[in-house]
Design a protein around this ligand. Structure first.
Ligand code: KG4
Ligand code: ZN
Length: 372
């Protein structure tokens, strides 16, 4: 089965084409092509994603990316038939999402192929099941994991601890996926009550005078602080670390950073060294909260696997911390390779395939597939 994935939920316009098959009951896929166009630079002037600008850019970029994707395929004289289109239906920025959904619908009607709505967060989960070093075009097995599993999803818009188990879908991420013959269901155990984890990185970066998206910049400064032996200038709070539930709160952290920055500026102490130390302390605070809550979730549900996903999972310290946690908990860890930790359409196409074609659209599928 060949699936076209479309992702426009935030500030990345992305298209991907994948082929999937089942060999002896094992799900395999190969990436034919995956294109991502980031608008980050444009949004950087606003210090965050500006929804109407994102919408305008998606509208402009989607046809360009589409052209590029299929031109590349034709020149490689591939003879492919697209069986379905998978598109992110949410969560995300409403105006941005609609651009992708409308594009998918029009294409679906034109090609007479079904359109599969995909949950963006489920996309991040399945993205973590791909091999990190599989060459483009090569068949790879989707990594399998035992249930129940815990997924920690950290992006610019969401921070969620999700339990994945067998059985019928029960709210939360809405729909189960099917992999290697087993049905998954999702239950959100906890989530952020205010800012998302990536958002906290972005806002803190802004306070330190760093461009959007701020995560990689904070991470770089924190690494420099460690290399140079710079100590954190203050102790930041670890919000809700002992709350006894699985929810998060990151906005207080950003406020604490704001006060620290103001005070340092008043005292003429807002130096590069100060910024590095504060970036380190911020990263430590976020990491500790994420780790403790995840550890408790693993224990509570007796998880047999840990999955990490979302843009923040590119963070080196967080990756290392969770590698250690998984080791201590004696369960396997599934991390997305860094090039697909951010938003992309490959994970959407994959999640769409696992979810399968909605029954009401099967009749539509019978009408044909699109030969390129
Ligand atoms: O999943 P994603 O690409 O988009 C959304 O669905 O929101 O996540 C984007 C977020 C941004 O807030 C960005 O600052 C953060 O991921 N991020 C990082 C790193 N790389 C990206 N945060 C911390 N450390 C990083 N290395
Ligand atoms: Zn995302």
């Amino acid at each position: 089965m060949i699936i076209l994935g479309i992702e426009t939920s935030c500030d990345e316009t992305a298209l991907a084409l994948i082929e999937t098959r089942k060999v002896n009951g094992v799900f395999e896929c190969r990436v034919i092509d995956s294109l991502v166009h980031s608008q980050a630079e444009l949004h950087s002037a606003y210090g965050g994603v500006y929804p109407n600008l994102a919408k305008r850019e998606h509208k402009k970029n989607l046809p360009v990316l589409f052209e590029k994707l299929f031109k590349g395929l034709k020149s490689a004289s591939n003879d492919l038939e697209v069986d379905a289109i998978a598109v992110t239906e949410g969560p995300g920025l409403e105006p941005a999402l609609w651009v992708g959904i409308e594009f998918a619908r029009e294409l679906g009607e034109k090609w007479k192929v079904p359109v599969i709505p995909v949950n963006h967060m489920e996309g991040h989960i399945v993205g973590s099941l791909l091999e990190s070093d599989a060459p483009r075009g090569a068949w790879q097995r989707l990594k399998e994991f035992e249930l129940p599993a815990i997924a920690l999803l950290m992006s610019g818009g969401h921070t969620e601890l999700v339990m994945i188990s067998r059985g019928l879908p029960s709210g939360g991420l809405a729909s189960g996926g099917e992999a290697s013959g087993s049905r998954w269901s999702y239950q959100i155990l906890g989530q952020t009550l205010d800012d998302a984890c990536g958002e906290a990185f972005d806002k803190t970066a802004r306070l330190l005078g760093l461009p959007y998206p701020g995560g990689p910049h904070i991470s770089r400064l924190a690494a420099q602080a460690e290399e140079e032996g710079v100590q954190p200038p203050i102790k930041l709070p670890r919000p809700m670390i002992g709350s006894g539930d699985f929810n998060f709160s990151f906005s207080g952290l950003k406020t604490a950073v704001l006060y620290a920055v103001r005070k340092a500026q008043e005292e003429d102490a807002f130096t590069e060294t100060y910024k590095k130390g504060l970036a380190l302390e911020f990263e430590l605070a976020v990491t500790e909260v994420l780790e403790k809550k995840t550890r408790e979730a693993i224990e509570e549900v007796g998880a047999r696997a840990l999955i990490i996903g979302g843009g923040v999972s590119a963070n080196r310290r967080i990756r290392e911390r969770f590698e250690k946690l998984a080791e201590k908990s004696a369960i396997p860890l599934f991390l997305p390779s860094r090039h697909i930790s951010g938003d992309n359409a490959l994970m959407i196409a994959l999640a769409g395939t696992l979810r399968g074609i909605p029954t009401e659209q099967r009749a539509m599928r019978a009408q044909g597939t699109k030969r390129l």
